[in-house]
Design a protein around this ligand. Structure first.
Ligand code: ZN
Length: 534
């Protein structure tokens, strides 16, 4: 089905041992690694890699390809570090906006607001009369203009099934424009124009092409929202799906027994490179928005509650999914949220037996020592996005995230190293579009703990830096384990999938601060070349 491929003059890096294999040839046949001897026979394409380094295909443990492609269609505010910059970018976008159209934006960092509240008023007059919906960088909150609120009929507080969802209002009960969590943002999304299916396919194909060019051969997609599944099917049909995707649909508070049964029934469905696997749940929101679930409130008295208004209901749902053999991935950022997820898994295992299901926790932004130790014991994967720490917080704790938490809890930020040393499987990822998807950049951030845009900045908690080998494992061995596929993915071994990333330099030998710039020469998925450097 795939043309066979023989890679010669290759340095084959094993992320298990952190050493090169004693071979210089890799033979790929029918989507698998067939061996290390060049007797592939006629018809095989032979590529001389000239000493380049082959690693198992890099897999991002947490991303949102289709919803991200839609989200990033508007004006990019991720480079704006102060309000002046935000206003200028929005003013320029308004100037180019056809009359009556909606303005969409993404990547807005609450740190840009300094001491002012994140509100429509803080942005000033640039959006007057313009329907605008701007995603904050965490994708858990939105800033809506006055006109957008009006069109959505939002004129005061609302109640939601999601505990931390909120239409933020001023003391007079007037909405400020800040909407917290999906249920609140959805009020505006419902009246804002959506891209056509074709537009969504085009944008998604372009994003996936860039991901393959960055060296990704796979990803764990953490939503099946909107038309995502139809887009994956259409792209595969058109030969535009270069990544192997595991897709975890959301299970939200208030889920009905019928919906849960539906999710269980659809497990494993998909195409050749994409398939529904697992479920994504949320235990809290974000620290920046005051919607995380902390054992003790943050400095504003916020982040005190769970996303599930009744956390016991979450525990029950995890138990049911566990019993049905569905692996769960739960967004849990605050210490109380992470603790609750681990409690729920522990209980599910106690009641229904361990089985073969592997659960995971997403994000884990601040946790105490005793929580760190539970991951390995329970066999729960720790899915971390180190660049959320290195790009959006500061070592001196002057950023919004650190100030809200205070020194003690900010010093427990993104404990990748402690989790890895405790024996937990640490899966790395970008959570794109929350942070850039380039895997070498994420691995670099995990290693140097500095913002990629300015490597002169001091590292944030350098003690939590991963070793080069731990970082590489986070994109190879760990995602394969989390997917229950360690017997066929994550290593350069005979019988394993022919998913490979070829790099210009040895990622274990290159300095941390230079890793992001190592060229990706070749990406291979299923034995098929999905990217070849010019
Ligand atoms: Zn996510």
């Amino acid at each position: 089905m795939h043309p066979d491929l023989v890679l010669t003059n290759a340095r084959l890096l094993d992320p298990g041992r952190g050493a090169f294999l004693p071979h210089d040839t890799l033979v790929l046949r029918e989507g698998r690694i067939a061996g290390f001897e060049a007797d592939a026979g006629a018809g095989a394409e032979v590529l001389d890699l000239g000493g380049a380094v082959v690693v198992p295909g890099l897999t991002d443990g947490h991303l949102h390809p289709v919803s991200g492609a839609e989200r990033t269609a508007g004006v990019d505010l991720s480079g704006c570090t102060d309000l002046e910059g935000v206003r200028a970018a929005l003013a320029a976008a308004v100037r180019d906006l056809p009359e009556g159209q909606w303005l969409r934006g993404w990547g807005l960092d609450p740190n840009a607001f300094g001491d002012l509240p994140v509100s429509a008023d803080s942005v000033g007059t640039v959006l007057d009369g313009v329907p605008a919906a701007i995603d904050l960088f965490d994708a858990h909150s939105m800033l809506a203009s006055r006109r957008a609120l009006e069109l959505a009929g939002i004129d005061g507080p609302r109640r939601f099934d999601q505990g931390s969802a909120e239409v933020v209002c001023d003391p007079a009960g007037r909405p400020t424009g800040l909407l917290l969590e999906d249920a609140a943002c959805e009020l505006v999304e419902a009246v804002a124009p959506r891209p056509s299916f074709e537009e969504l396919c085009r944008a998604s194909a372009e994003v996936l092409r860039r991901m393959a060019a960055a060296g990704l051969t796979g990803g764990h997609a953490m939503d099946a929202n909107g038309e995502s599944l139809a887009v994956y099917a259409a792209l595969e049909e058109r030969g535009q799906l270069p990544l192997r995707l595991r897709i975890a649909p959301w299970v939200q508070p208030g889920v009905s027994p019928a919906e849960l049964a539906d999710l269980v029934r659809h497990q494993g469905e998909g195409g050749r490179r994409w398939r529904i696997a697992g479920a994504k749940l949320f235990m809290d929101g974000t620290i920046d928005n005051g919607t995380a679930w902390l054992e003790q409130p943050d400095c504003h008295g916020q982040s005190t509650g769970a996303f599930w208004p009744d956390p016991a209901e979450y525990t029950r749902v995890v138990g049911e999914l566990h019993r049905a053999g569905v692996p769960t991935a739960t967004h849990a950022i605050g210490d109380a949220a992470v603790r609750h997820v681990l409690d729920a898994v522990e209980r599910a295992v106690a009641v229904h037996g361990k089985g073969t299901v592997r659960h995971r926790v997403e994000h884990i932004e601040t946790v105490p020592d005793d929580t760190v130790a539970r991951f390995a014991a329970l066999g729960v994967a720790a899915s971390m996005q180190p660049t959320h720490c290195t790009e959006y917080t500061r070592a001196d704790h002057t950023d919004n995230w650190s100030r809200r938490l205070g020194g003690e809890r900010a010093d427990r930020a993104f404990r990748c190293r402690d989790l890895a040393e405790s024996g937990a499987r640490v899966v790395l990822g970008s959570d794109w579009p929350i942070a850039p998807f380039e895997p070498l950049g994420v691995m670099a951030g995990a290693r140097h703990r500095r913002p990629g845009r300015d490597l002169r900045q001091p590292p944030h908690l350098p003690g939590q830096a991963l070793t080069p080998l731990q970082a590489l494992a986070g994109y190879t061995l760990a995602p394969a384990w989390a997917a229950g596929e360690e017997d066929r993915a994550g290593r350069l071994a005979v019988g394993h999938r022919a998913d490979l990333t070829v790099l210009g330099q040895d990622p274990l030998a290159v300095p941390d601060t230079e890793l992001a710039d190592v060229p990706v020469l070749l990406t291979v998925s299923d034995g098929e070349v999905t990217h070849r450097a010019g």
